[in-house]
Design a protein around this ligand. Structure first.
Ligand code: BG6
Length: 296
């Protein structure tokens, strides 16, 4: 299977399809600078993004499952068509579905891209009775990774959906981690009965479990990973909401696919249509994207 995908989509020195953990197919993008990204077809899941110097920017739990019926813990889980709990599996079915690789490219400017597709099938229709196509495009350049989600309503009727990139950033020490850019934004605090308040802090730091949905945040925010001496900027488009999540000590212990001490080395800053459902009329497309850029 890898051989056929490699023959069809491989690009010498830039893109290959190889066996990942548990033999799950993995697409590896390698920029001429040395920057790399890895994407599993299981879940359409980015599991790694490394700088030209070889520094990993994402977190993946050492306890993660790499199994067909389970989401990977870390990287970028793709949330669709439901965020959180509800009638569908938690955070929707995209992160536990098998995706197809449909195109790859090495552009003139040296950027490398891979596009994956998930479309309605008997198993998605049994869970969620709507015909759709969901494309996910990853574009790797020297210091950024851009992920674009495109939802096409291929049904005869409109449907409502949520969609998000549930990105896990790797940090040296959560006590030396700060999120900037959310001051003044109204938030829903999932740990306080969904209480609504306005974020007063210019700088968000972490000293306890955090699980907050920021409603219609500005499109530019950044994470200072002070322990590593680096900053990751997040530039989003048509993905209004942001979730900031860290499970802290007790929840880390309750999660089977997460190490007890791993809350110290990650933070999730998620972007998407999260707080409310977006209605997409029949035949229409929604596109949202987030660009992550690393700097010092
Ligand atoms: C976050 C939610 O987005 O995802 C949290 O706000 C949740 O409440 C977390 O715990 C992880 O979810 P899951 O399903 O991957 O364990």
């Amino acid at each position: 299977m890898f051989e056929a995908l490699q023959a069809e989509f491989g690009i010498p020195q830039a893109l290959s399809v190889v066996a990942g953990q548990n033999d799950l197919p993995k697409v590896v993008l390698t920029h001429a600078s040395g920057a790399r990204a890895e994407v599993y077809l299981h879940g359409g899941h980015v599991t790694s993004w490394t700088t030209a110097e070889g520094d990993e920017l994402f977190f993946v739990s050492r306890e993660s499952y790499f199994a067909l019926e389970r989401p990977i813990r870390g990287g970028i889980p793709i949330i669709f068509p439901q965020f959180g709990g509800g009638p569908l599996p938690q955070h929707g079915f995209a992160r536990i579905s098998d995706w197809q690789l449909i195109s790859t490219a090495l552009r003139d400017d040296g950027d490398i891209s891979a596009t994956l597709l998930l479309e309605s099938s008997p198993s998605t229709l049994a869970l969620w009775p709507h015909y759709f196509r969901l494309e996910l495009e990853m574009q790797l350049s020297v210091s950024s990774l851009t992920v674009t989600m495109r939802v096409d309503n291929t049904d005869d009727n409109s449907f409502g959906f949520q969609a998000a990139l549930h990105t896990y950033f790797g940090v040296a020490d959560i006590h030396k981690t700060a999120v900037y850019g959310l001051q003044g934004v109204t938030l829903i605090d999932s740990l306080r009965d969904d209480a609504r308040e306005d974020e007063t802090r210019e700088v968000i730091r972490f000293a306890e479990e955090t699980d907050r949905i920021y409603l219609t945040a500005l499109d530019q925010l950044h994470i200072a990973d002070e322990g590593h001496g680096r900053t990751i900027s997040i530039q989003k488009q048509h993905m209004p909401d942001v979730v900031v999540w860290n499970p802290w000590i007790d929840k880390a212990q309750r999660m089977r696919d997460f190490g007890d001490d791993e809350y110290l080395r990650m933070v999730c800053v998620e972007t998407g249509i999260i707080a409310a459902t977006r209605v997409l009329p029949a035949g229409e497309r929604w596109e949202g994207k987030t660009m992550f850029t690393v700097g010092v």
